[in-house]
Write a protein that binds this ligand. Structure first.
Ligand SMILES: [Zn+2]
Ligand SMILES: [Zn+2]
Length: 190
């Protein structure tokens, strides 16, 4: 078993010696832990060290320990349309089965939400990571109706709903004309 590298890694460890091998026995597991590094996707994630609020129940079942409940955290990302900072409260459902070393079925290795443990201590980090990453939005938005940025000057349209450009930049107009001409020439050649 790999040794924990820092006290923070151990924060996710829970001893279940008191309920292991006693099907039906259970206990609550509620605490607030600092988020580990790199918890999220490229567009949104939970900042390292911010609060992860665990509200879990650990239940002894015949194959191991069934963990269920929620983890609540604040995710910070970037609006996919206007690039403003987005802060979102995430309440992720956690469900996972920690299987005793001697109860592992040959084909359970790839199963989602099934984790190995040594029979005495659960390491909840992977289960919590899986739950949170699944619950994060794929496309974070500052507002569902965010109008995004002006495609000509990059202005944030939500700040200036009447924003528009009457005059097309002459350099772009010249380029457009050139492209049109080329398109026409191509057509003639074909
Ligand atoms: Zn936005
Ligand atoms: Zn503009």
């Amino acid at each position: 078993m790999p040794k924990a590298e820092s006290p923070r890694d151990q924060a996710f460890m829970v001893s279940v010696r008191d309920i292991a091998r006693k099907p039906g026995a259970h206990k609550p597991h509620a605490r607030t832990l600092p988020a580990p590094a790199v918890l999220g996707t490229e567009v949104i994630g939970v900042p390292e060290g911010s609060d992860l609020v665990l509200n879990l129940s650990l239940e002894s079942v015949s194959e191991g320990i069934w963990v269920s409940g929620t983890v609540t955290a604040e995710a910070v990302g970037e609006c996919a349309r206007c690039l403003d900072e987005v802060t979102e409260q995430v309440v992720a459902p956690v469900q996972g089965l920690f299987v005793y070393p001697d109860a592992r079925a040959g084909d359970s290795g790839d199963e989602a939400d099934v984790y190995d443990f040594d029979g005495e201590n659960l390491d909840l980090e992977e289960a919590i990571r899986d739950a949170l990453v699944t619950a994060l939005p794929f496309v974070p938005l500052c507002d569902p109706d965010c109008p995004g940025l002006c495609d000509q000057c990059g202005a944030r349209l939500a700040d200036d709903p009447k924003h528009h450009h009457d005059v097309v930049d002459p350099r772009w107009a010249a380029l457009d004309a050139l492209i049109d001409k080329e398109a026409l020439t191509d057509k003639k050649e074909n």
